[in-house]
Design a protein. Structure first.
Length: 341
């Protein structure tokens, strides 16, 4: 604050709002309230009140937050941000019904909900998932869908909607939501297709999963590498190991350097190559993987099993393994002795 005072710089409401949060973090809530009270009325705009409300909520001062919120409502400053702060405050205190009451008050006041509103309602649904009463869950989903209809169309909204429907095992509803997203020509995002692909793979619905990806590609879009990786996992699950291994290689080949894959598919592919005694395929997978991550001991052991089964010399491979900081251990010796296949 000394720069403002010494250089007589003019503060904006945004400056005050930022300082309130900073003072709370450094000096505590009481000092922030003192600072707010010391500000001239013309600087106490919606941003500043919203910032102070957030400070109260983060300190879990429910009564003070409620008092300030009512004051803001009386001054016409209760935006979607203020409602969302109160909803999250009630949620963190386990007051689920008060979250619903606040959401209802928001609707009655004509305040347009946003992504944060939806996230809070989804969190409420997760808290309630152990309850037996089906109507409670149904009401939650209805509330979320109402928010989605009123809010601007965006990918994060549809991700929330599809994710909630899949958690409730409503595959048909999730498919309809995906089709709606497609029809609105919203910016195409592979994360949405991944939600459905993942759900299909878990259920073993591989025809549906592959058809969805094919349709996505035919429309000129490029799915993420992990979309292909999810498909591979699905094919491993249904026992189509050869196809799964091919898709795993395809995923690794198309991946950007930032992607760090789960190694489950790679290990299952290496086991398959070991059974087939296919050293060339195993080495190709190792090469693709090394672009993304340093091979683990399990990966090296998978490759080593392939060499041993194929009757190939292993000295160079053991040297590579040692170069990556892995000395031979008991498992390595068992593989070399042919005790592990």
């Amino acid at each position: 604050m000394w720069m403002t005072e010494r250089l007589h710089l003019h503060l904006s409401p945004g400056d005050v709002a930022n300082r309130l949060e900073l003072i709370t973090k450094v000096y505590g809530l009481d000092r922030a309230v003192e600072y707010f009270d010391s500000m001239p009325d013309q600087l106490k705009q919606q941003q500043c009140y919203g910032s102070l409300l957030k400070c109260y909520a983060e300190a879990n001062c429910v009564e003070k937050a409620e008092e300030l919120f009512e004051k803001m409502r009386g001054m016409g400053m209760a935006s979607s941000y203020a409602y969302n702060v109160m909803m999250r405050l009630y949620l963190q205190n386990g007051q689920v019904e008060r979250v619903h009451s606040m959401h209802q008050a928001m609707e009655e006041s004509g305040i347009v909900p946003d992504v944060s509103t939806t996230h809070t309602l989804v969190a409420v649904l997760r808290k309630k998932k152990t309850l037996v009463a089906a109507y409670v869950v149904a009401e939650d989903i209805k509330a979320i869908e109402n928010v989605l209809e009123k809010a601007n169309s965006c990918n994060s909204m549809y991700m929330c909607r599809i994710g909630v429907l899949l958690k409730m095992n409503d595959m048909v509803g999730a498919e309809k939501a995906y089709e709606e997203w497609e029809s609105k020509h919203v910016y195409h995002d592979s994360r949405l297709i991944n939600l459905l692909v993942d759900a299909y793979c878990k259920e073993g619905l591989m025809d549906k999963a592959e058809a969805l990806v094919d349709q996505f590609i035919k429309k000129g879009r490029m799915p993420f590498a992990n979309t292909c990786y999810k498909l591979a996992g699905g094919y491993f699950k249904v026992g189509q190991v050869s196809k799964a291994a091919d898709l795993t290689k395809k995923a690794l080949a198309s991946a950007s350097n930032e992607w760090i894959p789960d190694l489950t598919n790679v290990l299952m592919s290496l086991n398959y190559f070991a059974e087939q005694k296919n050293v060339e395929a195993a080495e190709e997978m190792m090469s693709l993987l090394q672009r993304l991550v340093t091979p683990t001991r399990d990966i090296y052991h998978g490759l080593l099993k392939t060499y041993v089964n194929a009757g190939k010399p292993v000295s160079d491979l053991l040297h590579r393994m040692k170069k990556d900081g892995m000395e031979a251990d008991e498992e390595t010796e068992k593989i070399l002795a042919g005790e592990v296949h």
